[in-house]
Design a protein around this ligand. Structure first.
Ligand code: HPA
Length: 270
């Protein structure tokens, strides 16, 4: 708590009276939403006391404060993954800071593999539920009662109203979005065909290595969450190919304008 407060007061000093209303976490290859911002302040993670520093090359590691669709937001350009060697506490630290900064809602994006046979590369999937297969949980350890309860409810993690709004926004803009269950695995390797089959059997439509820890922390603190996956590779029998990061980034880049539009419009309507 003390570390969280230290980081929060540092940021508040840096941004002055710019009080962010919404938090946004941008996933692999999905940083261009930042171009839509009227930027007030960009602070690299390395400058912020107690902040972990991102090591993945495709993430640029900055906290950006600005205005999106007329609303004040704070955006994580690049997130922290458990596979980078951070503790789960570190992975969710920025989300905790968002809450202390007064953020009211969290928007999250990620790149994910498509397990549902109806999905295609570069589809957007609005997340309606998740399965947590991460080996550790950000809420393990002494509960900070000021932040949230010991046993937070997870019966309605993804805000239903925002899911419905997303459908309307997509329809108005003339593009399709999928809906489904996201399963979070530790990575960093991609899955074997047998693992993809297993993840599909247990009920997942998309698989990735992020999002669920941050979402758990956000829900622990009572923040409504909207999350969307960009399907970057297909994981169904007959469609599995060797995946390299460049392919994931290419597929993400194709979907990025749609994803950016979706989040921007949801922020506008929030
Ligand atoms: N598996 C896990 N994580 C991913 C994948 C995948 O196929 N694609 C993008 N992130």
């Amino acid at each position: 708590m003390q570390q969280l407060q230290e980081s929060t007061s540092y940021l508040q000093k840096r941004i002055g009276d710019f009080a962010p209303e919404f938090g946004i976490i941008l996933g692999t290859g999905l940083g261009a939403l930042v171009n839509e911002l009227e930027i007030a302040n960009a602070i690299s993670y390395a400058e912020i006391p107690n902040f972990p520093v991102s090591t993945v090359e495709s993430h640029s590691g900055k906290l950006i404060f600005g205005t999106l669709a007329g609303r004040r937001v704070m955006v994580m350009q690049g997130r922290f993954h458990y596979y980078e060697g951070y503790s789960m506490e570190q992975v969710v630290f920025p989300v905790r800071v968002m809450k202390l900064m007064g953020v009211k809602k969290l928007f999250v994006s990620n790149a994910a593999g498509g397990l549902n046979p109806d999905f295609n590369t570069s589809d957007l999937m609005v997340i309606t539920d998740h399965i947590n297969l991460q080996p550790f949980n950000p809420l393990i350890g002494k509960n900070i009662n000021e932040l949230g309860p010991r046993f937070p409810d997870m019966s309605d993690v993804y805000d239903e109203h925002m899911v419905r709004e997303a459908m309307v926004v997509a329809e108005d803009a003339g593009f399709a979005v999928q809906e489904g269950v996201y399963v979070s695995v530790p990575g960093p390797m991609l899955e074997t065909p047998a693992e993809y089959r297993y993840l599909s059997i247990i009920g997942a439509d998309a698989v990735g290595m992020s999002t669920v820890p941050e979402v758990i922390a956000a829900r622990h603190m009572g923040m409504p969450v909207f999350a969307v996956s960009v399907i970057t590779d297909l994981c169904t029998p007959g469609r599995i190919k060797k995946v390299v990061l460049a392919d994931i980034l290419e597929a993400a880049a194709i979907a990025e304008p749609r994803m950016t539009h979706l989040i921007k419009e949801l922020v506008r309507r929030s």
